[in-house]
Design a protein around this ligand. Structure first.
Ligand SMILES: Cc1cc2nc3c(=O)[nH]c(=O)nc-3n(C[C@H](O)[C@H](O)[C@H](O)COP(=O)(O)OP(=O)(O)OC[C@H]3O[C@@H](n4cnc5c(N)ncnc54)[C@H](O)[C@@H]3O)c2cc1C
Length: 390
């Protein structure tokens, strides 16, 4: 077994330091870590912070080439757009405290636009945001609350990045776990290269839609198997684009759009002063995805530009697509956020269940008891860390 950084530091410490330092809380264990965490989203990173601070030797395995999971800021040459969790509610006290402790700036979210350009049943109208709410799919509106929300200055992904930087062991990236196995004495994970990782405890923070792709060799209760197989996640895909010129000044219509029959909601990015930055994103949900996948993703750029120009001619030859984020087809997320409040279960009647089985523990926003979204991810991490430290 190779020495990790904590053990190397402990071995190399001077006599003087050793005399005054508290005894290192390193237990003997036979594996790659005392605690192995699957997933470097907010839940995995927060659990790692708490457990590392308590003296545990922790490793995080992350399939992606970045940390953050469903917190994902797309950085462009002229600004950024958010593809994942970003809105912080006033009641999200954990996120606010954590961001402040890491030196991140919390700023008020830009006020919603006063009017939106709406295309519906062959007509074009100008409506206030409240007036289109009845037309939106209720399953997608979990984070709509308006008014007093906050966001992280410079992009939400600064939070997971700062959390990862605060750890002794930076997460092991590009490591896709394919199977998990639990025995009486240890928990193991096998990654896509065939490497086997062993630990006393494992915390699996994968959203259940992603966990469905793994082989799990553990005696999970039947109710949890159902929960893993059926817990619903928001199906969505986003197209992020840039306006080459201010097309909304050309046609005099509000920049934000709602195109009920085809493209759905198109949101204009705003800075904190409320100025439109020129970056936009369009999100397709559920049934609208059939329009997206109809001719394959290769032709999507062209079809999107053509449909947008058909409804709003001032965008013709005036937009540039900069990113497509398909949460639904990504095996690491397999959807957006979990739908309703954890304690209430889902409208489909599935209850999220994640009790520990041997050394295998579960966390992630879907397993929080009180909160949803990013705050829920942190709450679940605190809960699971408390169980391991008990
Ligand atoms: C489009 C969108 C908008 C959202 N908006 C908001 C919002 O405004 N406010 C809010 O509070 N919340 C929002 N959310 C929800 C919020 O982002 C999530 O609930 C939260 O970030 C989940 O954190 P997590 O750590 O539980 O899971 P994740 O962030 O999903 O972390 C799980 C990690 O596991 C990794 N992983 C998956 N499979 C494997 C594997 N096989 N091996 C290794 N690693 C693996 C993933 O890559 C990921 O990094 C939004 C989500 C989406 C998608």
């Amino acid at each position: 077994m190779s020495l990790n950084r904590r053990q190397t530091l402990a071995g190399a410490g001077s006599a003087a330091l050793a005399a005054c330092a508290p005894k290192p809380a390193i237990k003997s264990y036979d594996g790659d870590a005392e605690v192995l965490i699957l997933g470097a989203g907010l839940a995995g990173l927060r659990a790692a912070q708490i457990l590392s601070n308590a003296g545990k030797d922790v490793r995080i395995l992350e399939a992606n080439d970045r940390v953050g999971g469903r917190v994902y800021t797309l950085r462009h040459k002229d600004g950024f757009t958010e593809a994942g969790g970003a809105r912080i509610q006033t009641t999200d006290k954990r996120i606010q405290a954590l961001a402040s402790s890491l030196g991140l700036l919390l700023e008020p979210e830009a006020a919603p636009p006063a009017e939106i350009s709406v295309w519906s049943q062959g007509k074009s109208l100008r409506l206030a945001p409240d007036q289109i709410r009845p037309f939106l799919d209720k399953r997608t509106g979990a984070f709509e609350s308006g008014g007093t929300n906050l966001r992280i200055g410079g992009g939400a992904q600064r939070l997971p990045e700062a959390m990862a930087n605060s750890l002794l062991n930076w997460p092991v990236l590009k490591t896709y776990v394919q199977s998990i196995s639990v025995t009486d004495t240890r928990v193991t994970a096998r990654d896509h290269t065939g490497r086997v990782w062993r630990a006393e405890h494992m915390i699996c923070t994968l959203p259940y839609a992603a966990l469905r792709h793994l082989q799990i060799d553990a005696s999970l209760p039947g109710a949890q198997k159902i929960s893993i197989a059926r817990l619903p996640y928001v199906q969505n895909l986003q197209i992020h684009f840039r306006a080459k010129t201010k097309f909304w000044e050309k046609d005099g219509l509000p920049p934000d759009m709602f195109m009920q029959e085809s493209l759905g909601q198109i949101i204009a990015n705003r800075d904190t002063s409320g100025q439109v930055t020129g970056l936009f994103h369009c999100t397709f949900f559920y049934d609208q995805l059939s329009w997206v996948y109809r001719d394959g993703l290769d032709r999507l750029h062209q079809r999107f530009r053509a449909e947008l120009a058909r409804l709003r001619p001032s965008t013709y030859a005036n937009i540039e697509i900069i990113d497509v984020v398909d949460w639904t087809k990504d095996n690491r997320a397999a959807g957006g956020s979990y739908i309703t409040s954890p304690s209430a279960g889902t409208s489909e009647g599935v209850v999220p269940i994640g009790d520990p089985v041997g050394g295998l523990h579960f966390a992630g926003s879907h397993l929080a008891r009180e909160f949803i979204g990013m705050e829920g991810a942190l709450e679940s991490a605190e809960n699971v860390a408390a169980v391991i430290l008990a």
